[in-house]
Design a protein around this ligand. Sequence first.
Ligand SMILES: [Zn+2]
Length: 171
Amino acid sequence: MAGQKSDWEIRSRSEQCAQCQAPFADNEAFMSRLVYDENDGYGREDYCQSCWSQVAAEPALSRWQSVFRLPPPPPPETVKRESAESLLRKLVAGDEVETHANTVYILAVMLERRRLLVEKDVQFREDGLKVRIYEYRKTNETFVIPDPQLKLAELEHVQAEVVAMLAQGGA
Ligand SMILES: [Zn+2]
């Protein structure tokens, strides 16, 4: 497994249709697809409903519908602390997904339970890797998270590790 550097980057949703370039309106339903290319890794494309009808039949790893939300205003300055979200973002941005696959997966599950992430799809890559495709509810960002398929006993162990990492805080 080569593990392309770009494989696990967070895929932001665009502000406009990939085809007609029309900007999305607040609360507009739009369609997204995830494509995978051996050289370029994952790519995400967002389409308005009418353009989607022209591309819907093309091959894609995953497709889903979302509702566009205008980005919220920046939050007021708060005390910085390590949260499950910031830790997940740090590991994904630092290209540490594969070294910390168990931790990354547990963080995603924690955020899903807190309804911050929504699971959109589950896929098996050609190399057999199971990946879960999550969307961050507030921003429609895509997180592609490998599922290490932990057994129950391992799950408890990893959860304890993650709780410890969050308690260390810092950042
Ligand atoms: Zn369009």
